[in-house]
Write a protein that binds this ligand. Structure first.
Ligand code: DSN
Length: 414
């Protein structure tokens, strides 16, 4: 980064500090991951200079020959990876993908029904502070109080009463596998479209270890940077007819010029995701989440729904007489980055919460396995037991630093 260093030492310094932080901390935010250097090179390329409104072969600007080439590669690879008829690779983010999909599948004012944010859903699934809750009449389903899992019979019953014009599936803090066949059946019975936002578990779907929403949903949205391990961005998959509406609502409907540099990086990600090493990593991500969860349960912590089928666990910290906010801060002080998260039927506010969400994608990418997850569970358990001013914390910080040092991040950049 010699050019950046010379031109802007302040930004260069921040980049170096962030690299140091990512190397030194145990990154366990469930929605984060580490892209390959090839993905980053594509993202940092001259395509950032190019305007390319429109789609390959139909642009509103000249000079799009190579932009067409990378966008076509990204589209074709996404279609192969997920077995979809159409792929729109232009959404700047998961939220942008969702705005586009909503407008393609229903009209402002229509009733939509998705999983409540406080039960593991997402802001864009109809929360009142989000566009989705103000443009549409949003209704929410919740998890079952006993099992803390979605009860698809209850969901069907509620959907028959609410009669939404769009059913939304997908989650950001639900540790269990979704039953998209059941959701597809409900949507068909109501003769409405089904939108699935698979942002969190898209990498698991790509590797064939999470139920695949594509055969059951009218459209599937995702981010490309979570388990999928690509650049920050969005993607929409659909059939051919819906694809026409999606394209129209993406551009000119909700976006202007696409980020061609990010699309180039998405193409690289979709190629990487077709390889055996990638599939092995996705399997290991789930195995690591299960191992971490089991080790925490052995140490007396409670997991929402009793476990996980995915890349994340949701830990109820109330048995430790603390809030999610306090737990997040204590873990940060020993070098483990997680986020506070509401748990179903939480008595605390979303800023305080009773839980923490812990994910394994990033550390799995660094090469960690079950053995390291047990070590991390032990550090977490002891740190929470020690509390904010515990004298054990510096020693625990050393243990997490030792783990990070044994699994170097981007050694090529050292
Ligand atoms: N903010 C993301 C997450 O952390 O789950 C979802 O968009």
């Amino acid at each position: 980064m010699s050019f950046l260093q010379k031109t802007d030492p302040d930004v260069y310094g921040a980049v170096q500090s962030e690299l140091g932080r990512q190397r030194d901390q145990l990154e366990m935010i469930a929605s984060e991951n580490f892209t390959s250097l090839a993905v980053m090179e594509a993202m940092g390329s001259v395509f950032t200079n190019k305007y390319a409104e429109g789609y390959p072969g139909r642009r509103y600007y000249g000079g799009c020959e190579f932009a067409d080439q990378v966008e076509q590669l990204a589209r074709d690879r996404a279609k192969i990876l997920f077995g979809a008829e159409r792929a729109n690779v232009q959404p700047h983010s998961g939220s942008s993908a969702n705005i586009t999909a909503y407008l393609a599948l229903c009209k402002p004012g229509d009733r939509i029904m998705g999983l409540s944010l406080s039960h593991g859903g997402h802001l864009t699934h109809g929360h009142k502070v989000n566009f989705s809750g103000s443009l549409f009449e949003a209704h929410h389903y919740e998890v079952d109080r006993e099992t803390e899992r979605i009860n698809y019979d209850a969901l069907r019953k509620q959907a028959m009463e609410v009669r939404p014009q769009l059913l939304v599936g997908g989650s950001s803090a639900y540790p269990r596998a979704w039953d998209f066949e059941a959701m597809g059946a409900i949507a068909r019975e109501l003769e409405i479209p089904l939108l699935v936002d698979m942002a969190h578990f898209a990498g698991l779907v790509a590797a064939g270890i999470h139920p695949d929403p594509v055969p059951h949903a009218t459209a599937v949205t995702t981010t490309t940077h979570k388990t999928l391990r690509g650049p920050r961005g969005g993607l929409i998959l659909s059939g051919a007819e819906t694809g026409k509406l999606i394209n129209k609502w993406n551009f000119p409907g909700t976006q202007g010029g696409p980020f061609v540099h990010v699309i180039a990086a998405k193409a690289v990600c979709f190629l990487e995701a077709q390889g055996d090493a990638y599939k092995k990593d996705q399997h290991q991500t789930v195995a690591n989440a299960k191992a971490l969860g089991a080790a925490l349960v052995e140490r007396g912590l409670r997991l929402v729904s009793g476990g996980t089928d995915t890349h994340l666990i949701l830990v109820d910290v109330t048995p430790r007489k603390m809030t999610g906010k306090e737990a997040e801060e204590i873990l940060e002080s020993v070098g483990i980055t997680v986020n506070k998260n509401t748990i179903p039927f939480d008595a605390e506010s979303p800023f305080v919460t009773s839980g923490i969400r812990i994910g394994t994608p990033a550390l799995t990418t660094r090469g960690m396995r079950e053995e390291q997850m047990v070590e991390i569970a032990d550090i977490i358990d002891r740190a929470l037991a020690a509390g904010a001013d515990g004298e054990d914390l510096p020693g625990l910080r050393k243990r997490s630093q030792a783990l990070a040092a044994n699994f170097p991040l981007y050694p090529e950049l050292a």
